[in-house]
Design a protein around this ligand. Structure first.
Ligand SMILES: CC(C)(COP(=O)(O)OP(=O)(O)OC[C@H]1O[C@@H](n2cnc3c(N)ncnc32)[C@H](O)[C@@H]1OP(=O)(O)O)[C@@H](O)C(=O)NCCC(=O)NCCS
Length: 190
């Protein structure tokens, strides 16, 4: 039964399975402010897309069946098919600071290297010191810094139109599937 573990019991890091989907999704909603970048693409389809496309790069930290942490990775970053992407990691606050995040990172990175990644990319929000320090300790070094500039629409522009929110946020795992479909589909053979 979920939620029965005590702090003294060990936390296992295991491959993510379908049965973990709900726990991972719920924990992510607790940890990420999905109304703000860079967390707006957190969704059931994003989690399921990772599990579907690269199950070996998706790991869960659990105790007595309770999901306490997760890492979700995939192969390809933007158009680079030889770069792995460690996109999501999160741990319940009650188990942070115990090295569990490093075990999750290691499991995901090993899977991505075995899948052919020449390097692994992750992105860390400015000010997320816990994530930055944990990533540095696990062999990641700072690359280019990108700052998203946002220009809000003035109130008097486009009045009367309903705002359009994409129902399917961009998902690297889904994009990879589309790329594979493009290169192996009937048109690719012509
Ligand atoms: C990112 C996260 C997984 C790291 O897990 P963790 O268990 O806290 O990691 P660790 O304790 O092993 O390492 C964190 C490091 O940051 C430090 N740290 C922790 N909280 C901190 C804070 N609020 N400010 C500054 N440093 C902090 C720790 O002392 C540790 O430093 P050290 O390596 O020098 O010892 C966890 O903080 C988390 O789930 N955060 C919320 C979700 C999130 O932001 N995910 C990343 C974006 S996808």
């Amino acid at each position: 039964m979920a939620g029965t573990g005590t702090a003294s019991e060990p936390i296992d890091v295991v491959p993510m399975r379908m049965a973990h989907l709900e726990g991972v999704l719920g924990l992510g909603f607790q940890l990420f402010d999905v109304s703000k970048m860079p967390y707006t693409s957190w969704s059931l389809s994003s989690v399921a897309g990772h599990l579907d496309a690269q199950p070996e790069a998706c790991w869960v930290a659990e105790r007595n069946g309770e999901v306490l942490g997760f890492v979700l990775g995939s192969m390809s970053f933007d158009e680079r098919e030889d770069w792995g992407y460690l996109e999501w990691i999160g741990l319940a606050p009650s188990v942070q600071g115990r090295g569990v995040a490093s075990r999750l990172v290691e499991a995901c990175c090993q899977a991505l290297f075995e899948a052919g990644a020449a390097r692994i990319i992750t992105d860390v929000e400015q000010g997320n010191e816990a994530s930055a320090r944990m990533m540095r300790r696990n062999g990641f070094g700072e690359g280019v810094t990108v700052t998203l500039f946002a220009r809000p629409r003035p109130d008097d522009f486009g009045r009367g139109r309903t705002s359009h929110v994409r129902s399917r946020p961009y998902d690297p795992a889904r994009a990879r599937l589309r790329t594979v479909a493009r290169t192996t589909g009937p048109q690719a053979e012509q």
